[in-house]
Ligand binder design. Structure first.
Ligand SMILES: *[C@@H]1O[C@H](CO)[C@@H](O)[C@H](O)[C@H]1NC(C)=O
Ligand SMILES: *[C@@H]1O[C@H](CO)[C@@H](O)[C@H](O)[C@H]1NC(C)=O
Length: 157
């Protein structure tokens, strides 16, 4: 009986963790991946990407888009945005959009070694996919801007 009372809390904990994983809130994930709530000059791409990298156990994508804003502002796009196809909504306002670019990753998969730099930033309308009134995916189709801006803005402080 004593042994059993020891095991029960462990089992409950495991169950809670499993359920938490299954029900991971997609908007929470979206926020962690794409939203930086402080002024954009405080954004350190390497630091920002670390949480995601630790979770994925690898250096995440080559290019990554971060928006500096309050989460509610992005959520509002699902209400006030212009509806496109397949539950995609485009904001009527412009957001500060920052592009982080992976510049270093080790083959030994030490996620602490992943380094990113700010490639450029711009003010642009953003498009998100909404599910149950919440953003769950950000369309990262800004490549077209990068080609000509990369040269000008590289190493600009
Ligand atoms: C960003 O953070 C990393 C790791 O915390 C640090 O090594 C790097 O110098 C920082 N970059 C800038 C531009 O502050
Ligand atoms: C983008 O935002 C601007 C406001 O900054 C707005 O005038 C324009 O209509 C928006 N574009 C789209 C496609 O919604």
């Amino acid at each position: 009986m004593k042994e059993r009372s020891m095991k029960t809390p462990v089992l409950v904990l495991v169950l809670v963790l499993v359920l938490a994983e299954v029900h991971a809130d997609p908007f929470e994930t979206f926020k962690k991946k794409h939203i930086f709530e402080k002024p954009e000059n405080e954004l350190n791409c390497t630091k920002f990407m670390k949480t995601d990298n630790l979770q994925e156990k690898k250096c995440r994508q080559d290019k990554h888009v971060i928006i500096t804003t309050k989460p509610d502002e992005v959520k509002n796009i699902c209400k006030d945005g212009t509806k496109g196809s397949h539950d995609h909504y485009t904001s009527k306002e412009k957001f500060t959009v920052i592009h982080c670019h992976l510049i270093k990753s080790d083959k030994d998969k030490d996620v602490n070694s992943c380094k990113y730099e700010k490639e450029h930033e711009e003010d642009d309308n953003i498009t998100v996919k909404c599910d149950n009134g919440e953003p769950v995916h950000l369309d990262e189709e800004h490549e077209k801007h990068e080609e000509h801006e990369e040269h000008e803005k590289h190493e600009k402080h």
